[in-house]
Structures are given as C-alpha cells and as structure tokens.
Design a protein around this ligand. Structure first.
Ligand code: FES
Length: 103
C-alpha cells in the first residue's frame, strides 16, 4: 500500500485524534505533544475503540479500563492491557499528513 495522505497538516488540533480507514484498516491519527502518531484504533485488551479515550502528552488512554499506551511504540504503560498496539509511521509533506500502511 505504501504512504497515504490521511489529513491536511494543521487540520488536527493538538491532543486531538481522528479516525481514518486505510486499506480497510481502522486507524487513529493522533496529534501528540511531539508530533503526529498513527495507531490501530482498537485497544489490545478488548476490542474497544481508543477514539473514546484521550490523548495526553505522547500517550493515549483507553476509556474502558484505563490503560495508557505510548503513541510512539504502542506499548501499554499500565495494566490491564499487556500487548502493544500496532503503530504506523507518519510524516508531513506537501501540506498533508501521510501514514505508511503495509498490507
Ligand atoms: S479495553 Fe482498553 S483497557 Fe480494557
């Protein structure tokens, strides 16, 4: 699949997130403290959308049971989640935010 433009640069406010679907994969584009991150939408603890949670710093919180995940590497920071989220590289080019998705 390769790199796909998913949003305009500046479209996403700091600490906001946006659902995107690329090649049938449901992803979350997040504007963290240090930049843009893209992760799989569903929590690894149970299939629950992280879009209902919140972004703080460079982490995202699952609102169902409270696990936080590092947006850079997808690793859970606390229980009950114990598996990493899938993460996708991002970059800004030509006024767009791009995500690399390999299918
Ligand atoms: S579903 Fe996310 S921590 Fe339980």
């Amino acid at each position: 699949m390769g790199w796909v433009a998913v949003a305009g640069a500046g479209e996403l406010a700091p600490l906001a997130m946006q659902r995107v679907v690329v090649a049938g994969q449901r992803l979350l584009l997040c504007h963290g403290q240090t930049g843009y991150f893209c992760i799989a939408e569903d929590c690894t603890h149970e299939d629950y959308s992280l879009a209902f949670g919140c972004v703080k710093g460079d982490r995202i919180k699952c609102s169902l049971h409270g696990s936080w995940f590092d947006l850079a590497n997808g690793q859970p920071c606390n229980e009950p989640a114990d598996c990493a989220l899938k993460t996708y590289p991002t970059r800004i080019e030509a006024g767009q935010i791009w995500v690399e998705v390999v299918v």
